[in-house]
Design a protein around this ligand. Sequence first.
Ligand SMILES: [Zn+2]
Length: 1124
Amino acid sequence: MNVNQQPHMATPYGQPQPGYQGYPQPGYGGDHVPSGYPAQYAPYNGPGSAYQQGPPQGTRGPPTSGAPPVSGAQNYSQFGQGENQNGPPPMGAPPQRPPVSQPYTPGAVNLPGPQHPYGQRFGAPPVSMQHMTNQMASMQVGSTAPSPAGPGYAPPSVSQAAVSAPYTPAAPPTFPPASTASSQPLPTEALAQAPPHSYYGALPPVQQPFQNAVPTFSSAGPTQPQAPPPVSPQSFPQAPPISQPPFSTAQVHPGPTQSYRGPPMASQGPPMAQANHILPTQPGMPPGPINASLSGPPPQPGMQGYPPQQNGAFGQVRGPQPGYTGPYPGQPNYGAPPAAPASAPAAPKRLDPDSIPSPIQVIEDDKANKGSEPFTTGVRGQAPPLVTTKFQVKDQGNASPRYIRCTAYNMPCNSDMAKQSQVPLAAVIKPLAPLPPDETPPYLVDHGESGPIRCNRCKAYMCPYMQFIEGGRRFQCGFCNCVTEVPPNYFQHLDHTGKRVDCYDRPELSMGSYDFMTTVDYCKNNKFPQPPAFIFLIDVSYNAVKNGTVGIVCQELKTLLDYLPRENPDVESNIRVGFVTYNKVLHFYNVKASLAQPQMMVVSDVADMFVPLLDGFLVSVSESRVVIESLLDQIPEMFADTRETETVFGPVIQAGLEALKAADCAGKLFVFHSSLPIAEAPGKLKNREDKKLVGTDKEKTLFQPQVSFYNTLAKECVAQGCCVDLFLFPNQYVDVATLGVVPTSTGGSIYKYTYFQAPSDQERFLNDLRRDVQKQVGFDAVMRVRTSTGIRATDFFGAFYMSNTTDVELAGLDCDKTVTVEFRHDDKLSEETGALMQCAVLYTSCSGQRRLRIHNMAVNCCSQLADLYRNCETDTIINFFAKYAYRSVLSSPTKNVRDSLVNQCAQILACYRKNCASPSSAGQLILPECMKLLPVYLNCVLKSDVLQPGADVSLDDRAYLRQLVSTMDVAESHVFFYPHLLPLQKLDVESMALPMAVRDSEERLSRGGVYLLENGLNIFLWVGVSAQQELLQNIFGTPAFSQIDPNMTSLPALDNPFSKRLREIIESVRAQRSRYMKLMVVKQEDKLELIFKHFLVEDKSNSGGASYVDFLCHMHKEIRQLLS
Ligand SMILES: [Zn+2]
């Protein structure tokens, strides 16, 4: 077998590194480290000999996966040899996929069920119970996720109480509205700018046309349906549709789940002939204005009242027409009862929001269609359920969507198609993603001293895509086709289908994801790594002492250090810890167990940082517990009276880095920092905040680091495996764009608590800190994505460093971090073999083991554009676009970035219209079924604070959000751009189900309701001025709206079912997110409401961002221009 391991250099696919990225080629002779995994994994831990022959495959599958479907019967002949060697489950022709030529079932865009491509598979169309059930299920994800405080972690109450007392003096006991606002990253200064009284006053006139879009719509008249919003009951979504003329035929479905379906269908038209035309024309419209209106071409008789149309079109969003004059005089606005007096004048609505694709409807449909059955990964090219659907995954040969989501599950066969469509080809990879308890974590495969089996040429790791030939003596690589001999100790016979008989005993032959134990050859300098270390570096300057963070951090660490990450909960973590405090000088602490008291060593020469002590700096918590506790007690006292306001920052990271170097280990620095580092030292910064640059060609400089020092430092950190997590507590500009360079280059995280005040913000900070310290993390990680011939990974997005074009280096890689990878063609792909990718991450586990995490993914390839457009995932496309755009602001003016995004999306949709949709009037906007939300979500990205900030958004906030989004997974980016809005007045406490969410628009809010809005960073509780007294009593303990304290950050624990259920829901939502979300109570018509409205993303924004309706019109215009 050694013969096989000789490197084949310089082959076309060889990615010629001898070993794994820079590490020596494994010689298979290294020591083998016992895995330490529980016995049940033993079958996978041993070398080949551990394999037991025999039992039928069905019974011997990896515990959770069950027998892969139809393995034997399927033809998995990616190499055209007609042999089913390894049978990853059927890759050839997924039964679920309708044949390409099959016409889409007709259906209106926003109709549930039947039109869905997966509809038939999952049975009955959604009924209300099902909706509710699935919804509930989805919301319960949280209950299975780690609680914010981490498993088993002691309740914070004690330490919090103790801590908060001393520091409260520095901060008001309750925070006033203004400071409340300021503690939130986004809306910080919103209040200052808020018009004194108003809530409506701040709102721009409704329904402005998209900027520069055809003016027509605005000409429709100033009146808005919800014109006097505060009073108009008719703008409430709950308003029952009345028997209105068929304005929105698309809403035909009285779907129980819709908050409002629009007027009932006017007529039961015949099923529409043109499958692709979605939107209902508006039959009731006067002929004249029709064309001028959005309804475009003359109404088609068949378009109303028919069942769902697939793929299609919705709405004839005819380009805005100059002459348009509110064609729908009698139109109820948004389902308001027509009788409502206020609604009458509202005519000028150009496009009924209920008739355009609804994110909520799509989310609910997916839950109904895909939430009830496990998602099995054995079928190549099958798009997973949406991230908003709760589902169980069974690994049958491809990585779970929790690890990898792709923008397209049918990749174009060649680059011409890809260019024509402009659909990005990308995968969002979360290598260490946590799994719910009912899914089995990846098995650890140990081939002993021979190490993992790999292709000789491209070095891909053994996986289900390798095809065994010649009786099992050799295997052909699915990525590069090279044939490699099977090492003798890995040999196994093939069954009559050509599959190894041990296929289902070996995760690496049958599963999409697994870990390999590696040998010393995979370790730096050919020696096994030391256990990692955590170093806590605490700013003790005046600001940090005053805002309370010094005391809070020290107090918390006394408890938290008992919960350092470990792989086996029964064993003590072997992570060592060290402590530094600093202002303009650094203080190192010797906390050696043998000392009676900790010793401080001051380094005031910060120009050339060194670590003044080696022995006693990094220690075991259990051994040095007494000394550490003493230190943590003393630090706040020592600096309580400090007058030092200046800080350094670069030397702080250097100190941690040097300490890790000296200890010859990888690790993580936790830096708690409060101010712009202006003290004389390397990495000193100046205040360069200049809002005048916003919107100019120089805006990009604000996102770039102001000095190159941190880039150089980051590179050194990566080389050492030194990951930096930064906790910021700024009172003013701290230049997040520059301070964030090291964290975002080392796989670290940034947390920002602007205007931190202990009473109101400590809960959020402590929960974040606990989670950050406890979460699973790997160190010194290198990730490489290998692909089959025809495509290759060309671009990467995330928090990492790259020193060449293929290896993503992460000093630290935690379970929350995502890397988005873009692929491009370098040759043709074939429909037969599909496109394969293998993501391999080499890392040091928190126990010090060197491991490989492997994720395999196969997608289909298509030669027809229609197939591409049938099988895309819009949420993932948006994740990619957001990261792409947010990176682009470093080099281009934000306006250019926005324009180019709009243009690319217009091209995507125009290509579909031109090549895939049935002929129809140009006045119709026709969208692919799986991309019908692309416009609404894209608009959310375009109007986000990074790309189109309001005047109240600080530069630091923008830099912070930019960095945050760069590591988000698809679920996080989805809720971040399109917040989750729940009507609590519809909550049924008897049921575990949640009420169906409503769309993010003010007109969906009822004055009589209370709503919960969540975007992954914030939670708001919006209370309508007319909220029912019983509701208020249940939630707040008072029936009076006026008595609700808008400053509360947690709800009173009342002894009633509603209160309990609501608090459970909030906790559950928090548990789903990687950052703790502080609760803000927003009373309707209160000034804080302006902040809340920022998140109603379907509405026009204060910063000039278009409403959904306007943007859709704009998009349609762009598409028509491309087509003409
Ligand atoms: Zn290969």
